[in-house]
Design a protein around this ligand. Structure first.
Ligand code: 13P
Length: 249
């Protein structure tokens, strides 16, 4: 039985005051959600949000991590630093990083390894663009993104990782993948990993991300290979996010 997980990716939103209010509301609602809940604030707020979460069951994650361990990398934050300020998770390979900041598969694989080396659970994002879906190459793209990490980190690394399928055309557009579309790609991801190790694939949690809201969460999370969600916009609204977490539990 895979324990469902819902992670909120705040992206570049929030202020100290807004974060405090949001986290307070999440903590208040958290005993009702029996699944795992994670919040991923901007780096600069991690420490303060982590302090507020200290005695709660809610986990802390980073939205990005440097592939290097330390050194002259101006502006970057290492996995060990994220761990040091209380993170347990790190998102790697988010489509906004891949598209806007040109992170390629090889760099994403190195970030995945760096996160794990520091004891963080990587949340590896994969997903196709609209153009790729229309060309019917979704499985080629997602397969390539997965293989890049599998080849570098090895399948055993997926025993301590989470994979998030985030179709780029569904992110921030209000247009979610249908539960059937999500399930089809999730089943493909599991099969791809199962080809290397069926036990690890069977235990791996696969999250869906892309316009998840309270209104569509239960149907998406009801699919056999959808083990929760990676939520952007709706994770900034306490009531909405709490209802999404409840749908996963
Ligand atoms: P939205 O939920 O805003 O579509 O964002 C999804 C996402 O990118 C989460 O990482």
């Amino acid at each position: 039985m895979r324990r469902p997980v819902v992670a909120g990716n705040w992206k570049m939103h929030g202020t100290r005051a807004e974060n405090a209010r949001l986290v307070e509301a999440l903590i208040e609602a958290s005993d009702k959600a029996s699944g795992e809940v994670v919040v991923c604030p901007p780096h600069v707020y991690l420490w303060e949000v982590g302090r507020q979460l200290k005695d709660s069951s809610i986990g802390l994650g980073a939205q990005n991590v440097c592939a290097e361990a330390q050194g002259a990398f101006t502006g970057e934050v290492s996995a060990a630093m994220l761990k040091d300020v209380g993170c347990s998770y790190a998102i790697v390979g988010h489509s906004e990083r891949r598209q806007i900041y040109r992170e390629d598969d090889a760099l994403v694989a190195r970030k995945f390894r760096a996160a794990q080396a520091a004891g963080l659970v990587p949340i590896l994002c994969v997903g196709e663009t609209l153009e790729e879906r229309e060309r019917s190459v979704t499985e080629d793209v997602v397969g390539r993104q997965l293989d890049a990490v599998l080849d570098v980190a090895g399948v055993a690394a997926f025993a301590k990782a989470i994979v998030a399928y985030e179709p780029v055309w569904a992110i921030g557009t209000g247009k979610n993948a249908t539960p059937e579309q999500a399930q089809a790609v999730h089943a493909f991801v599991r099969a791809r990993i199962s080809a290397r190790d069926a036990t690890i694939a069977g235990g791996l949690r696969l999250l869906y991300g892309g316009s998840v809201k309270a209104a569509n969460a239960a149907e998406l999370f009801g699919q056999p290979d959808v083990d929760g969600g990676l939520v952007g916009g709706a994770s900034l609204k306490a009531d909405e996010f709490v209802r999404i977490c409840a749908a996963a539990a």
